[in-house]
Design a protein around this ligand. Structure first.
Ligand code: HGY
Ligand code: MN
Ligand code: MN
Length: 411
């Protein structure tokens, strides 16, 4: 049996979700638990219910829509991703995976196909980690990686707590934020967010795993002084030390091979004035590699670089690694199911490891997980210029539909 999703309806679903938090430049500003996120959630719930899926919201705001199977006791197949976006992100990151999962159910309904296993659609709370740290928060709580009550207390830059925002938008649900039964498998369709598929001329990506990562924050504390009167040898300039460490972080991949990536993505200087020697600098690191040992070694090097730079410049330093995620290799069962679906549909598929983190990282600890990548034009994402063609959205969604049907088993 072969499913063919409704391309026009998929386009409409992507376009409609993109209206919640739309920016003037064609992107999305839909931070987790914001009003725009609430609007998108409400819209999704309405569309899930219109598709005759039974909807439930768990205690961390994860939204599930369930399509019953012929065998209600069979372990369900879970399909989904996330609706929250980066501060100025694209309209496909996460959202394509959520609406494609809905489209799979709509296609099954249209074709009158019953599956043995139930199928559930999920929207995970706060995958991006932009407003509230950490990234992949909702799936992490659900998978038992993060303590729910501790995550309730996480705050945004304005000191607003997660739990208060869940209550404010009405998405602190009654269901426990945990798997309520064993799951057979999880499939997540996501844009690649990199250039590999486009470079290879592939139609879709068969994702074999996800890199490990380490995120941390460094605080360097020197002394503010007058820039005109303070001799250079008497200064404790936090920004010079930070610059040394930033350059060292940039050079890390050279030491560990090109699959390792390292970034200083945010940096705050205070007092941040043209004629005051910088007193304090806070910056973050993001290190990723396919091997966990490489991530650990790279993180250790960063900490050594911080100590050396702080000593040279005579500033105090604090280092906090606030997130680690182990690399994940998806099981053959899901990888081969995705590859077979792509092959049967006649698509050119490329096997690849994901350099971006995804909710599938956490769900892989609960059941067999797998991912399908759609092509990212110019390999760009986390920018309003993010773009995936409708043909590439359609191809990836078709692979999701047929792989999901294989896993859920036609009744
Ligand atoms: O950072 C990531 O890889 C994900 O997009 N949050
Ligand atoms: Mn994403
Ligand atoms: Mn993202």
């Amino acid at each position: 049996m072969r499913l063919d999703i409704d391309r026009d309806r998929l386009v409409e679903l992507v376009r409609t979700q993109a209206s919640f938090g739309a920016t003037d430049d064609g992107g999305l500003h839909r931070l987790a638990l914001s009003d725009a996120d609430a609007d998108a959630r409400d819209w999704l719930v309405a569309r899930l219910e219109a598709a005759d899926l039974s909807v439930r919201v768990d205690a961390f705001g994860n939204v599930f829509g369930r399509r019953e199977g012929a065998d209600p006791d069979a372990a369900p197949v879970l399909l989904g991703s996330h609706l929250d976006s980066q501060p100025y992100g694209g309209i496909y990151d996460g959202a394509l995976g959520v609406v494609a999962a809905l489209e799979v159910c709509l296609t099954l309904n249209d074709d009158g196909v019953r599956t043995r296993r139930p199928i559930e659609v999920v929207n995970w709370t706060n995958e991006e980690g932009s407003r509230f740290q950490p990234t992949m928060q909702g799936s992490g709580v659900w998978a038992g990686e993060f303590d729910r009550d501790a995550q309730y207390e996480r705050t945004d830059d304005d000191g607003v707590r997660v739990v208060d925002e869940l209550d404010r938008i009405g998405y602190r649900g009654d269901h426990p934020a945990e798997p309520r039964e064993p799951y057979d498998s999880y499939l997540e369709l996501h844009i690649e967010q990199g250039p590999a598929l486009e470079t290879a001329g592939a139609d879709v990506g068969v994702v074999t795993g996800i890199v490990g990562l380490s995120w941390g924050e460094v605080t360097l504390s020197g002394r503010s002084d007058h820039t005109g009167t303070t001799p250079m040898h008497l200064r404790a300039d936090a920004l010079v030390a930070a610059a040394d460490v930033t350059t060292a972080i940039r050079r890390l991949p050279g030491a560990f091979g090109e699959r390792t990536v390292a970034t200083v993505g945010s940096l705050d200087v205070s007092p941040n004035s043209v004629n005051i020697v910088p007193e304090e600098v806070q910056f973050t690191w993001d290190v990723r590699a396919p091997a966990d040992a490489t991530v650990r070694e790279a993180t250790d090097r960063i900490e050594r670089e911080v100590t050396a730079a702080a000593t040279r410049e005579g500033v105090a330093h604090e280092v906090e690694q606030f997130l680690t995620a182990s690399s994940v290799a998806f099981p053959d069962r899901t990888v081969s199911t995705v590859a077979t679906a792509a092959d049967r549909l006649g698509y050119e598929a490329l096997d690849l490891f994901s350099g971006a983190a995804h909710d599938a990282s956490h769900v892989a600890g609960v059941c067999d997980a797998g991912m399908i990548f759609a092509v990212s034009d110019d390999g760009r994402s986390h920018t309003e210029d993010e773009h995936t063609s409708w043909d590439d959205c359609y191809s990836a969604a078709n692979v999701l539909a047929n792989a999901a049907l294989d896993l859920a088993e036609p009744a």
